[in-house]
Design a protein around this ligand. Sequence first.
Ligand SMILES: Nc1ncnc2c1ncn2[C@@H]1O[C@H](COP(=O)(O)OP(=O)(O)O)[C@@H](O)[C@H]1O
Ligand SMILES: [Mg+2]
Length: 300
Amino acid sequence: MHSSELHLPDYREQSPAVADRFRRIEARPVILDVRNLRKSYEANGINHTVFDNVSLSIHRREFICVVGSSGCGKSTLARIVAGLDESTGGEVLLDGTPVTGPGPDRGMVFQGYTLFPWLTVKRNVMFGLKMGGQSDSIAEAEARQWLDMVGLSKFEDSYPHELSGGMKQRVAIARALANKPRILLMDEPFAALDAQTRGQMQNYLLQIWRKVDVTVLFITHDLEEAAFLADRILVMGANPGRVMEFIENPVPRPRHDDQFLSPEFLALKKRLEEHIHPSSAGNHDHIPMIKMTDAGDDVE
Ligand SMILES: Nc1ncnc2c1ncn2[C@@H]1O[C@H](COP(=O)(O)OP(=O)(O)O)[C@@H](O)[C@H]1O
Ligand SMILES: [Mg+2]
């Protein structure tokens, strides 16, 4: 199944502006093409399917979010695109070339803080550039530009442990972008942050993305985060993992916090929620209550 078959035209039909925005996105070249991807593994002689038939095409400078309940294979998908894991069927093409292993054309930011603790912030950002053979002075100049972009110039000589969680992730973004990847893979990068910092990071990320020629594949289980960030949202279902829907986000850009209450945003969130937490009409299961006290002091 090709991703174009998964487009639902309804938002386009409702709004010429939305239709126009997605026609312009589709006119850009495809950067990442995932075709009929399958991942299975064997454990105790039994073959388990993580996901099957996952297809999506991502256009240049598009921002894609992947949502789905835990265990549907989101991280596995990111790892296969990153070249850190192998698929068991289908293919991943980056600029038309099959992915066979990791490479500097893919930048990665994960939930866990992955900075080198023994290197300063600046040296962390310089790391990939030095690996790519850049001289110290060029790598340093470029690292400074990226640190300026994420607002951390003042902290270039700090060590990761001296930074807050949000700042560490900003360094991780600067480090990933410094290598000028074709695509930035982000697997729940803000999931460990408190709600307020997470909101700030989402705004930062959109500001950076507007200034940089980079395509983003962003994995999250936070539906509001997906609706705030994405152009399109790939909704995955579990058991086995599969694509349920590929939704075009009708919320206009530039995005701002006020939109969290807009009718488009709320309608999109509801549509996502229906996939992820289907309303269990007719399902009267309830969590068994264990009575912990016999003191006869029931609380209301
Ligand atoms: N090679 C493997 N061996 C064993 N289990 C695997 C392997 N690859 C994936 N899995 C399992 O597949 C499931 C999907 O994992 P994951 O991609 O982490 O999902 P998500 O990120 O959506 O929560 C998990 O239960 C994971 O343990
Ligand atoms: Mg995961």
